[in-house]
Design a protein around this ligand. Structure first.
Ligand SMILES: CCCCC/C=C\C/C=C\C/C=C\C/C=C\CCCC(=O)SCCNC(=O)CCNC(=O)[C@H](O)C(C)(C)COP(=O)(O)OP(=O)(O)OC[C@H]1O[C@@H](n2cnc3c(N)ncnc32)[C@H](O)[C@@H]1OP(=O)(O)O
Length: 256
């Protein structure tokens, strides 16, 4: 009974969010920024909160912290500088840094509030560790023109699989995250339908690698992504993957 009431409340709240953007389409048919559900995915990924109860910005985990190694900082500075180039203004640069919160809901207008109503204790798998540097440290840069993302990933000591190396599940997670970020930009709300991974060479724990994610094909609801994980200088291939993502409706997520 209580569960049903909470679900109904969330559904009502979600519908209220939808009402903020009456031009929402159920599925986005073409490759473009996805301004659905009140998620502000363009404007350099800045979050604008129009919900009357939102008074603060969520913490952005994709910004540097003291655990970032010099190599991580070097690459961050490099990609950040690409965000400043071309046309003299940030808004025209092909690259943008994507912010990252500890719940996907926080990307939504009013999502701060909604995140307290839907499984309030839930946290994004990759952003749930208090200790900086212990697990996933990463920042994703999006190239809108090339329809690709590059992620700088520093794998912390809690991600061990084989002694001294990163767990394959953790590698799958970061691939899913980067491909998921790209497909969200391209197609709005999405879910991973299939992920096929080839592990070519192990990733040393504590090292910094690059995760590249590229649009291969987009057909109606289906978005096919190709991913590669390489060493930070690009000389060594660690992992290759393909991912199939499907655009979904909000109802698919909240049981409608
Ligand atoms: C709510 C707030 C969110 C806000 C987000 C905003 C911003 C976010 C910004 C950045 C994001 C950053 C990071 C992202 C982080 C993490 C990403 C994590 C993503 C995940 O970790 S997500 C969890 C794992 N994921 C699942 O838990 C999915 C379980 N699953 C299902 O929920 C359904 O299964 C679904 C929806 C996949 C499909 O269901 P459906 O009913 O919609 O579609 P249907 O079955 O009808 O298939 C339609 C056509 O796709 C073909 N097709 C379907 N599945 C296929 C497969 N596996 N292989 C080959 N083809 C397949 C069919 O063959 C048919 O093809 P055809 O049309 O040609 O016949």
């Amino acid at each position: 009974m209580f569960r049903r009431a909470v679900t109904a409340l969330c559904y009502t709240a979600a519908r209220a969010l939808l009402a903020l953007r009456p031009h929402v389409h159920r599925h986005l048919p073409s490759v473009r920024t996805a301004p659905l559900l009140g998620f502000n995915l363009d404007s350099r990924w800045s979050v604008t909160m129009t919900w009357p109860f939102s008074s603060f910005q969520p913490h952005d985990y994709s910004l540097p912290n003291p655990s970032w190694s010099p190599e991580m900082m070097r690459l961050y500075d490099h990609y950040n500088s690409l965000c400043e180039q071309e046309g003299g203004g940030k808004s025209k640069a092909p690259w943008v840094r994507m912010p990252s919160y500890n719940r996907l809901l926080k990307y939504a207008k009013g999502g701060q509030c909604l995140s307290k109503m839907v499984q309030a204790k839930a946290r994004l798998f990759t952003r749930n560790m208090k200790e900086e540097g212990a697990s996933f440290e990463y920042v994703v840069f999006l190239n809108k023109q090339e329809k690709m993302c590059t992620c700088i990933f520093q794998a912390g000591h809690l991600l061990e699989g084989p002694p001294g190396y990163v767990h394959g599940g953790a590698i799958a997670t970061i691939i899913d995250t980067v491909a998921g970020a790209l497909t969200t930009y391209l197609g709005g709300l999405v879910m991973t339908a299939n992920l096929t991974i080839n592990y070519r060479s192990p990733i040393p724990l504590g090292s910094v690698v690059l995760v590249h994610s590229l649009l291969e094909k987009m057909e109606e609801r289906k978005i096919l992504i190709f991913c590669q994980v390489t060493s930070s200088d690009g000389s060594k291939l660690h992992t290759e993957a393909t991912g199939l993502f499907l655009s979904i409706s909000l109802g698919h997520l909240i049981g409608g």
